[in-house]
Design a binder for this molecule. Structure first.
Ligand SMILES: Nc1nc2c(ncn2[C@@H]2O[C@H](COP(=O)(O)OP(=O)(O)OP(=O)(O)O)[C@@H](O)[C@H]2O)c(=O)[nH]1
Ligand SMILES: [Mg+2]
Length: 174
């Protein structure tokens, strides 16, 4: 079970359809949640794609208990919303019920000219200190994590980096 989270317009529903159907089209903003199944590398995934609009974010926590991985998707070109994305991401990383859940931070929309490259995204989201298999216990804020955190870039639209991203997720839950 994998949970797709991130701000509205980040590309969660596009990723879901890329993985399930191998194609993307245009989707209305998600209201509540889409749940779909697909299989990758012999693993059957149930993906929960929860609406990213502020109106739906209170639903995110309904899924924390059941998930094996979180994919947090960021629109790498929407620089004006990095602060908001950072706040939501850090709240998730610090949530006690997600402490043993691996996180993939996915810098989507790398195809857009002017999109923040991955290293810049990592710095802006202030996640350099949590990346890795296991977090340094001395990190005061985020040092409680017991699972891996990884950051990768991709373009769901162009289908670049998506397979690699899901490989990493598979490696964490298999
Ligand atoms: N250029 C570009 N656009 C993308 C990419 N992925 C998604 N988009 C576009 O981003 C917009 C939002 O995509 P959605 O998948 O609907 O976003 P969402 O995260 O599900 O948004 P909510 O349902 O509101 O939470 C759409 O116009 C997509 O076509 C990408 O890799 N590159
Ligand atoms: Mg959506």
């Amino acid at each position: 079970k994998v949970l797709f989270l991130g701000l509205d317009n980040a590309g969660k529903t596009s990723l879901l359809n890329r993985l399930k159907l191998g194609a993307v089209s245009l989707y209305a903003p998600t209201t509540r949640v889409n749940i779909e199944q697909f299989s990758i590398g012999g693993i059957v995934f149930t993906a929960f794609d929860v609406g990213g609009h502020e109106m739906w974010r209170h639903l995110w926590s309904d899924f924390y208990e059941t998930v094996d991985a979180v994919v947090f998707i960021v629109d790498s070109a929407d620089i004006g919303r990095f602060e908001e994305a950072k706040e939501e991401l850090h709240a998730l990383l610090e949530d006690p019920s997600l402490i043993s859940v691996p996180f993939l931070v996915l810098g989507n929309k790398q195809d857009i000219a002017g999109a923040a490259p991955l290293p810049r995204l990592i710095d802006t989201l202030e996640i350099r200190g949590v990346l890795g298999e296991r977090v340094d216990e001395s990190d005061e804020e985020l040092g409680m994590r017991k699972s891996a955190v990884k950051a990768m870039g991709c373009s769901v639209l162009k289908d670049v980096g998506v397979e690699e991203a899901m490989h990493w997720v598979c490696s964490q839950i298999a």
